[in-house]
Design a protein around this ligand. Structure first.
Ligand code: SF4
Length: 311
């Protein structure tokens, strides 16, 4: 019995694969329509130079080489376990169907890989691409990651997300129709955000039946666009105590079937401007677990769920 109070990704893996599964982060060499000029050249306000994939392999190397390199890096941790190849940087469905197919299959051909995860934007999921994902989904374990960040379109404008909530709703409907799993990213700490905005975002994530969720803390990197924005228009930066309280409340409102992939961010310490406490990822997670226990609460408590996460 592990006394979990929310549905952890490791529990999902244990239940479905009977073993621990790791992820290797890949840079597929793609770009993003929000950075190459198709939508804008600015990118999302929080996006880093590497397209929000700080720990991925190098795009100069083939997919196979990146997987081997990361496996080598993790050799003390991984023995016989299998991995999910995670296409992380930039927009990993922003290319021709042929190129996408080639890269996805290159990952799947690796003997250690048992599935793939693909991070993208909802406006880069044409029906043609969904068909390709459908083909892959029938052959292997697949999930898609969508950066919603917030359900509030006004805040989405501030962060230059470049698409409206309706676009996310349409993409998730198309994915659901093909039984393709998707994980939704949301950010806590965006400019002008209220508690109601955060609750609303969780409500939307519940309503589209997202398979998973990643909750990120907004952090400001040195020399970043976000730092320039913050200096001009300062916004609230949460304390660790405030952030962990909020995460507990969001978990309480999250549907019990949604798998929790992440509960904070992970900026490189040396690049971090604020909040400084956010580099202590383990400490933040421990505090969230502790608060859940002290409050005697759990994921979905506020939306009629049961505490059934001891898988
Ligand atoms: S969609 Fe992703 S890669 Fe593109 S600008 Fe936004 S965060 Fe960066």
């Amino acid at each position: 019995m592990n006394n979990d109070r929310f549905y952890k990704l490791n529990s999902f893996f244990r239940k479905n694969f009977k073993e621990k599964i790791y992820k290797v982060s890949l840079d597929g060499g793609f770009t993003c329509p929000n950075r190459d000029g198709k939508i804008s050249r600015e990118g999302c306000l929080f996006c880093s130079d590497s397209g929000s994939g700080e720990f991925a392999g190098s795009r100069c190397k083939s997919i196979r080489e990146q997987i081997d390199e990361q496996l080598d890096f993790m050799k003390n941790k991984i023995k016989d376990e299998k991995v999910i190849a995670y296409f992380q940087n930039f927009t990993n469905t922003y290319d021709s169907v042929e190129n996408l197919r080639k890269k996805y299959y290159e990952a799947l051909e690796h003997p250690k890989v048992i599935g793939i995860a693909i991070a993208t934007r909802p406006d880069c999921l044409s029906l043609e691409i969904i068909e390709l994902l459908n083909e892959i989904n029938k052959k292997t374990f697949l999930w898609i990651e969508l950066g919603l960040q917030t359900a509030n379109d006004e805040i989405a404008k501030i962060i230059n997300r470049g698409y409206k909530l309706d676009c996310y709703l349409e993409a998730t409907k198309n994915l659901r129709e093909k039984n393709i799993k998707f994980v939704t990213h949301m950010i806590v700490g965006l400019p002008n955000e209220t508690k109601e905005d955060l609750y609303k975002t969780i409500e939307i994530i519940n309503s589209v039946k997202s398979w998973g969720i990643k909750i990120h803390l907004l952090y400001i990197l040195k020399n970043s666009k976000l730092l320039k924005y913050y200096e001009k228009s300062p916004f609230k930066i949460y304390t660790q105590n405030e952030y962990t309280d909020i995460v507990v409340e969001l978990l309480e409102r999250l549907d019990s079937n949604i798998v929790v992939h992440r509960l904070t961010g992970d900026a490189k310490k040396e690049d971090l401007f604020e909040p400084k406490w956010s580099s202590n990822k383990r400490g933040i997670l421990n505090e969230i677990e502790k608060k859940l226990k002290i409050k005697d609460t759990f994921q979905s408590k506020e939306v009629g769920g049961k505490n059934e996460y001891n898988i």
